[in-house]
Ligand binder design. Structure first.
Ligand code: FE2
Ligand code: FE2
Length: 177
């Protein structure tokens, strides 16, 4: 195995964190679909898919290093928040989640450096950059939501439409509406 047991344990934990982030974004996407805000829904649906890809990226890396993938037990993953009073609460929670993941990635980089593990350190650079982008775009979305106000959420939908949102995330899965 190319990485230490300590590094492997930390990466396996991160796989759980990425799935947990994916579940939270799925719950937020469902909430927005329910509120008839299709572009917000599909935006968060896409975020959920991205978090799953992050988990897959780490799984592939662990396998490449000859490490054993051990997805953490489900009880270790808290249930996502499914209901929100305001849009701002859901987007605010998303920003807090992205900041938390950034701290988790930084902690992994710290372990890699501590172990003189340049392979993992280099692998993690993609995640460092990705987190910068995700925190920054979620900050933008939060300020758009705050500026529009809860009574004017169609403006947020327009903003996402201009950004090229597709809408109807769950409906893209096919089946009946
Ligand atoms: Fe992620
Ligand atoms: Fe993310």
């Amino acid at each position: 195995m190319l990485i230490s047991e300590r590094m492997l344990g930390a990466l396996n934990e991160q796989i759980g964190h990425e799935y947990s982030a994916s579940l939270q974004y799925t719950a937020i996407a469902a909430y927005f679909d329910c509120e008839t805000l299709p572009l917000l829904s599909s935006h968060f649906f896409d975020q959920a898919e991205e978090e799953k890809e992050h988990a897959h990226k780490i799984i592939k890396f662990v396998l490449d290093t000859g490490g054993k993938v051990a997805i953490p037990a489900i009880p270790a993953i808290p249930a996502p928040q499914n209901t929100f009073q305001f849009t701002e609460e859901a987007v605010g929670l998303s920003l807090a989640q992205e900041k938390k993941v950034s701290a988790q990635i930084n902690a992994l980089v710290h372990i890699a450096k501590d172990e003189n593990d340049y392979t993992t350190e280099q692998f993690l650079q993609w995640f460092v950059q990705e987190q910068l982008e995700e925190v920054s775009s979620m900050e933008d979305l939060l300020s758009i939501v705050q500026r529009a106000g809860e009574g004017n959420l169609l403006r947020v939908e327009e903003y996402l439409a201009r950004k090229g949102g597709k809408g109807a995330g769950f409906k893209n899965l096919g089946g009946e509406d």
